[in-house]
Design a protein around this ligand. Structure first.
Ligand SMILES: [Zn+2]
Length: 244
């Protein structure tokens, strides 16, 4: 990216859909106009993983994916990690901490499908300004229609005893509490994200992305033995791979 002149004011802030003016100086050297115009949902976080800015694609992606209140719930000043529950929160916190401390780019493939289309994104977290923050870019790398046979209607079976919907933060499938180890693809819950949702990993994603943790947790929480996968109705992670 071509370098920009040092920022002395909030001029850079105007390039993005939102940017904390007190943080704009940290973005010297980045082509904010290019980031602003990118179709890749992109956001800037500081060393405490508080959101400091984002481009229009970040807003558009959220609005198109059931999160109309993205600017209120995950706008400037909010914690990036607030979107996750454990164990995802701790895992991402550590990965981002490592990227900041080691000045290394963190890559992770992410499944973030629309109600009708399987989509794979590559998340890249670039350290900026010698570790003062991260630039998080989400780039679409694959898309494929989801067969009708794999789609499920929303039902009370998707509610936990505490009336929570438990959704995998990678594949966005939701846990079916009436069938052990079953996770469903429920388009209605993608079209409009409910307020009573909690994010975690489904056993399959946990095994795929974090095999050490997945094996340990599968045995203790989901009763899966080593190497065994859940009876998830969807196809296995088509083409997904970890870039870590
Ligand atoms: Zn999953």
């Amino acid at each position: 990216m071509p370098a920009l002149p040092p920022s002395e004011s909030g001029d850079h802030a105007q390039a993005l859909a939102a940017l904390d003016a007190t943080f704009s100086g940290a973005l010297t050297g980045l082509d904010l106009a290019d980031i602003a115009a990118s179709p890749d949902p992109t956001l800037v976080v500081d060393g405490d993983l508080l959101i400091r800015g984002y481009n229009q694609a970040y807003i558009d992606f959220a609005h198109a994916n059931g999160l109309p209140a993205i600017e209120a719930n995950f706008g400037v000043g909010t914690s990036l990690l607030a979107a996750f529950s454990e164990p995802a929160r701790a895992l991402y916190a550590q990965a981002y901490r490592n990227a900041l401390d080691r000045q290394e780019v963190f890559h992770q493939s992410c499944e973030c499908s629309s109600p009708s289309e399987y989509r794979e994104y590559l998340l890249s977290a670039y350290p900026i300004a010698k570790g003062i923050g991260l630039l998080l870019c989400h780039h679409l790398v694959a898309a494929d229609p989801i067969p009708m046979s794999e789609r499920r209607a929303r039902s009370p079976e998707h509610l936990s005893p505490n009336d929570l919907i438990v959704q995998c933060c990678h594949c966005r499938e939701v846990r079916n509490f009436q069938h052990e180890n079953r996770w469903d693809w429920v388009p209605d819950l993608i079209k409009q994200m409910p307020t009573n949702v909690s994010h975690t990993f489904c056993p399959r994603c946990l095994d795929h992305y974090y095999p050490d943790l997945g094996e340990k947790r599968s045995r203790s929480r989901w009763g899966l033995s080593k190497g065994r996968r859940s009876n998830h109705p969807r196809a296995p992670m088509r083409g997904l791979r970890s870039f870590r």
